[in-house]
Design a protein around this ligand. Structure first.
Ligand code: PHE
Length: 349
């Protein structure tokens, strides 16, 4: 029996098989256990002869099982270590890094250019009140911009206070003009870049887009200051000296007079490149900005005396500026979040 049991221990291929051998030999019904039980029925002489043999058998089997168990465990550990080995010569996986979005890039450029001209950056909420977004900007109740199809209105209780309700997603950055004039004493020189919303969506319009607002309030401000500021800004932004502006009479409720600003472009190999007079044979004009002298009613709505303070304001689409500067042609790609598109335009983080 001894040889048979020791052979079974040695042959056990794994820990489970070894345990089966242990139960077969040393368990309650095990063969060695049964042998030990026979000692009770023996005469003292028999017991003296058989006792040490049976006990020695049990110890030998127990020791063999212990040794085999240790060997199997070591082998299992070795196998695991071998399978989990790290190959230090493999190339490392480089985590994918993002890039600066062209809209952020242009916002940074705007802030930098206007900082040189003495403008601070102002901000306002994207959830705006109807009053700041429209009323204070001299946009009457009947103005088409208020129609539901252009403006996202927010559901909410009307508390009857026109300065807090109803609320809208701001349709332009112009309410930041109002907040700044209510907040600060003139002279004021700010730009306000940020997100704006209109319920509009096609190849050239997205429901969320970006604008930058400009506002100057001081004494003796004229249309000449407006034109010089925008010319200086556009030359710096497009990095060209041959920028030509055209001021076209226009209408905004919050400026009087109002002017649409066109910038001249030249067609080079079928592409419109900003620069040169739009009246040249290979040129044309592109609308880039809305602007004007701040309407006296707006200055008044902010608690200032229009006889003492004048100013100009302008507003401009940032997405469009980015497209013009970096030669992108589909506005929707701006909001797809496709990192390959970002990398293509080479903005580094
Ligand atoms: N808020 C106007 C728009 O969204 C732009 C503008 C701003 C015009 C400031 C004049 C002055 O179209």
């Amino acid at each position: 029996m001894r040889d048979h049991l020791l052979a079974a221990v040695a042959a056990a291929p794994g820990l489970d098989a070894l345990d089966a051998v242990r139960v077969d030999a040393l368990g309650k019904q095990g063969r060695v256990t049964q042998l030990l039980k026979t000692l009770g029925g023996m005469t003292p002489d028999q017991r003296q002869a058989e006792g040490p043999r049976i006990h020695a058998l049990r110890e030998a089997v127990t020791a063999a099982i212990g040794a085999r168990k240790a060997a199997l465990e070591t082998a299992a550990l070795d196998a695991r270590l071998a399978s989990e080995t790290l190959d230090m010569t493999l190339p490392a996986e480089v985590p994918m890094a993002g890039t600066i979005h062209p809209v952020s890039q242009v916002m940074d450029e705007l802030a930098e250019i206007f900082a040189d001209l003495g403008f601070a950056v102002a901000t306002g909420p994207e959830i705006e009140t109807d009053w700041h977004n429209f009323t204070a900007l001299n946009i009457p109740e009947t103005h088409p911009a208020r129609a539901m199809h252009d403006t996202f209105y927010l559901a909410g209780s009307e508390d009857g206070d026109e300065r807090t309700t109803p609320r809208v997603l701001r349709t332009h950055t112009s309410p930041v003009q109002i907040r700044t004039m209510l907040d600060q004493k003139p002279p004021i020189r700010i730009i306000a870049p940020g997100r704006t919303y209109r319920s509009d969506s096609d190849a050239t319009h997205t429901p969320m887009f970006h604008q930058v607002e400009g506002l100057v309030i001081d004494k003796g401000i004229t249309l000449g200051h407006l034109k010089w500021t925008l010319e200086t800004f556009l030359k710096a932004f497009f990095e060209r000296d041959d920028i030509v502006l055209r001021l076209r009479p226009s209408y905004f409720p919050f400026t009087e007079p109002s002017a649409e600003i066109d910038v001249g472009y030249t067609v080079i190999k079928g592409k419109r490149v900003i620069g040169g007079s739009g009246d040249a044979a290979d040129g044309g004009w592109m609308e880039v900005l809305g602007s004007g002298m701040v309407h006296p009613k707006v200055i008044e709505a902010c608690g200032l005396d229009p006889a003492e303070w004048q100013g100009f304001a302008f507003g401009c689409g940032i997405d469009r500026l980015a497209m013009l500067k970096y030669g992108m042609d589909d506005l929707r790609a701006f909001f797809d979040g496709d990192i390959r598109w970002l990398k293509h335009y080479g903005f580094s983080s």
